[in-house]
Ligand binder design. Structure first.
Ligand code: C2E
Ligand code: MG
Ligand code: MG
Ligand code: MG
Length: 282
């Protein structure tokens, strides 16, 4: 009986695996036309100040609304896009769409006087796109986005340590946009090289944030925050899911807070309804 169950298990796994391969192949072939079919959408996750109430920024997160497979999260298709130059086209669409939406909200909600930023994720592959810098400059100029309110996030594990990448990042920083190192603490980048990059913001990975629970070991979170602070980085904590984690991040003087405890990523209309309409105008 046990043997039979074991075999069933193996079949189950192999079918599962087979389905995964098929799905990826399906996504690969459908991805090519998804942009022109306007199947991508940006959701926006609020970033709040320490009191947990005031909206001080948003992070744009891409989703693929597949006509048959439903909403597909970025982890399932960004890596496919990165296998070809399609990531450049898709990445540009994200930058442009985030700028366009931000412009609408800046006008509609008079957010001009308060510090309020929009963050976009960049694939490290996009740093090889020769036109990227001009594209960013043109977008923020066209939509009149104050450059210092526009942030580009690069994940640490994704980042290649090449002189070329450092050059491109420096040129981006020279436009005036802010650069954030995403998922900080989980990559392999050597701490001694951190200062070679023009990052001004460290996004503390949710792994550290979520390790903080009453009675658990929070020494890593404390150390990472102290490290960021002593090197004068601005900090964003991601993945805050509980009141305890919120309190810890406040005690550690993290500048900006993000996580399901405050809000999940929202469609543009939801962000407007739930956050912007209630926001005090300054
Ligand atoms: P990320 O930039 O680190 O974004 C944070 C991810 O954590 C998001 O997942 C978000 O929904 C999720 N998250 C936020 N708060 C919580 C929380 O409290 N608990 C938990 N468990 N998760 C939380 P999402 O939207 O699925 O994005 C996954 C990753 O895909 C992003 O990680 C980013 O690296 C990448 N990505 C998203 N949009 C883009 C894009 O436009 N371009 C590129 N190149 N990558 C993108
Ligand atoms: Mg990010
Ligand atoms: Mg992150
Ligand atoms: Mg991530």
């Amino acid at each position: 009986r046990a043997k039979g169950a074991g075999r069933g298990q193996a079949q189950y796994y192999s079918r599962d695996f087979h389905e995964q391969i098929e799905k990826r192949a399906r996504l690969e072939s459908d991805l090519v036309n998804a942009l022109e079919k306007q199947q991508f959408v940006l959701h926006y996750q609020p970033q709040v100040d320490r009191d947990g109430k005031k909206l001080i920024g948003i992070e744009a997160l891409i989703r693929w609304q597949h006509p048959e497979l439903g909403m597909i999260p970025p982890d399932e298709f960004i890596s496919i896009a990165e296998e070809s130059n399609f990531i450049n086209e898709l990445g540009r669409w994200v930058i442009k769409s985030a700028c366009a939406q931000f412009r609408v909200w800046l006008d509609e909600f008079a957010l001009t006087d308060i510090s309020f930023s929009v963050a976009v994720n960049l694939s490290a592959k996009q740093l090889k796109d020769k036109g990227l810098i001009d594209y960013c400059r043109t977008c923020i100029e066209h939509y009149c986005i104050p450059a210092n309110r526009f942030e580009l996030e690069l994940t640490e594990s994704n980042l290649v340590t090449s002189l070329e990448a450092v050059d491109t990042l420096n040129e981006l920083a020279n436009i005036g946009v802010e650069l954030a190192l995403d998922d900080f603490g989980t990559g392999y980048s050597s701490l001694s090289h951190l200062k070679d990059y023009p990052f001004t913001i460290l996004k503390i990975d949710k792994m550290f944030v979520q390790s903080a629970e009453s009675g658990q070991d929070d020494s890593m979170l404390k150390a990472v925050c102290a490290f960021a602070k002593s090197l004068n980085y601005k900090t964003v904590a991601e993945g805050i899911e509980t009141a305890y984690q919120h309190k810890m991040c406040v005690d550690l003087e993290v500048d900006r807070l993000q996580g399901f405890y405050f809000s999940k990523p929202l469609a543009a209309s939801e962000l407007k309804q739930q956050w912007l309409l209630g926001q005090d105008k300054v």
